[in-house]
Design a protein around this ligand. Structure first.
Ligand code: SF4
Length: 448
């Protein structure tokens, strides 16, 4: 683990890539704005979604039990997983019972979080990611860099080269040709697969049903051909009833890509005759976040990615620099719950401009939580605490302040290269401007 600052430096070395990554995501953000401005009730929808999620989180225990009961009545086999390991073992057990050696999987950030692909591959089971972006990063042995646009860090030329290597396709940047080649290649896996894995976008507590949203139809293709559907769902994905779904579906696609609705919003209530649906309800640290009043609203997230597209830090440094499954502003407040040491740099990867909070369709106070995390993490940082103490003492005393600022001015004017070298860990690539010919106090004394 290098940490966000170091990874960002790597990303920033390729200025061309930084610029198009920034511009592409800003274009997606603008599409989101256009779509949002097209609905006069947009702010009311956000408010409503936030309230529904508030209600859900404060009644999660009873809603989950109700959901389980109804789902079982509908013929769905429900499993509970306390953590990632348990989730993976449940999936493996089902696959082993069915003597399965490969599965098709649509995009699911939860299975990424659980490290499912890696786990199954260690058990000798091949996983074919069927979302096009996920398939590309899987071929390249990379992680998704964005939760909605997993291959957004790659240019068409990079993708064309992978298709040449993996499918023998002549090098091309034509997106239509590449997509068609992926579709033809994928088809043989769909047809042969006995088990399909999906994530879950929304669980409907009253109905005991769930909804999976995709733009490519790959989840539906996998699930309808296979005999067994295994769906992995974070316990926070619940909403009280189907009646509430419209609020979220209207917000989700508009916030994610600027589309009025996701191309496929597929509802699963009960298995077709002769088929099975297994639903795995996963906690993996969510209950612990629920128990923290300042941070619990982060569980409202519907994984639209809008906070990433708008974040100036994310756009300029790329998703991989976060080194966490969920990158960007929401990742920066979720990941330290899992490991505050490993992810200690993430809450500082923000200008605290609040743009993430302004676009979030479920009104999560992301910037406030980033700031709270900084305070939490600073308590554990002895160097930081000492620096803050020293700064507090100097700023509180006019004589120390005058002495400090005069000394700094003197050294900066006389030895600018040395001062810049000493400050480089803080100033990075941006050296201090040349010292002014006189201090403000000197100027004030002469001119006031
Ligand atoms: S925090 Fe909000 S904006 Fe960011 S991914 Fe989640 S729902 Fe979308």
């Amino acid at each position: 683990m290098k940490g966000h600052p170091q990874q960002s430096i790597e990303f920033l070395k390729n200025e061309g890539r930084v610029n198009w990554h920034d511009e592409t995501l800003w274009w997606v953000r603008q599409r989101r704005d256009n779509a949002a401005h097209g609905l006069t009730e947009w702010e009311r929808l956000r408010e409503k979604a936030s309230e529904i999620k508030d209600y859900t989180l404060s009644h999660l225990d009873e809603l989950l039990l109700n959901f389980e009961e109804k789902a079982i009545q509908n013929g769905i086999r429900v499993h509970w997983a306390g953590d990632a390991k348990e989730h993976n073992q449940i999936v493996h057990r089902i696959l082993k019972e069915k003597k399965i050696d490969f599965v098709v999987k649509s995009k699911s950030m939860l299975t990424e979080e659980c490290g499912l692909n890696h786990f199954l591959e260690e058990q000798g089971i091949e996983v074919i990611d069927t979302d096009l972006g996920e398939r590309i990063v899987q071929w390249m042995q990379q992680k998704p860099s964005h939760i909605v646009l997993p291959a957004i860090h790659l240019k068409k030329g990079d993708i064309g080269a992978v298709f040449t290597e993996k499918l023998g396709l002549p090098q091309t940047n034509d997106a239509q040709v590449l997509t068609e080649a992926a579709r033809q290649d994928m088809r043989k896996y769909f047809v042969a697969s006995k088990v399909a894995l999906t994530g879950v976008n929304f669980g409907l507590a009253k109905e005991g049903a769930f909804v999976v949203c995709t733009n490519e139809g790959n989840a539906d293709m996998g699930v309808h051909i296979a005999d067994v559907h295994i769906a992995s769902m974070g316990i926070e994905k619940l909403i009280p009833k189907q009646e509430h779904l419209g609020v979220f579906l209207r917000l989700l696609a508009r916030s994610a890509t600027g589309q009025p609705i996701t191309t496929y919003s597929s509802h699963f209530r009960s298995p077709s005759p002769g088929k099975e649906i297994h639903l795995i309800l996963v906690d993996n640290g969510r209950s612990a976040i629920l128990g923290k009043p300042d941070f619990r609203s982060s569980l409202k997230c519907i994984r639209c990615g809008a906070c990433m597209n708008t974040c100036p830090v994310f756009r300029k440094t790329g998703g991989h620099s976060y080194e966490s499954v969920i990158p960007g502003p929401i990742g920066a407040i979720l990941s330290p719950h899992k490991d505050p040491v490993r992810y200690k740099s993430l809450p500082f990867a923000s200008s605290l401009c609040g743009s993430c909070t302004a676009v979030c369709p479920v009104k999560i106070d992301i910037d406030k939580q980033l700031y709270l995390w900084r305070q939490e993490l600073s308590k554990k940082d002895n160097m930081g605490r000492a620096a803050h103490f020293l700064a507090g003492e100097i700023l509180a005393s006019p004589s120390w302040f005058n002495f400090g600022s005069r000394s700094f001015y003197f050294f900066h004017k006389k030895f600018p290269a040395l001062v810049n070298r000493l400050l480089k860990p803080f100033t990075g690539k941006r050296p201090l401007p040349e010292a002014a010919p006189q201090t403000f106090r000197e100027w004030y004394k002469k001119n006031a």
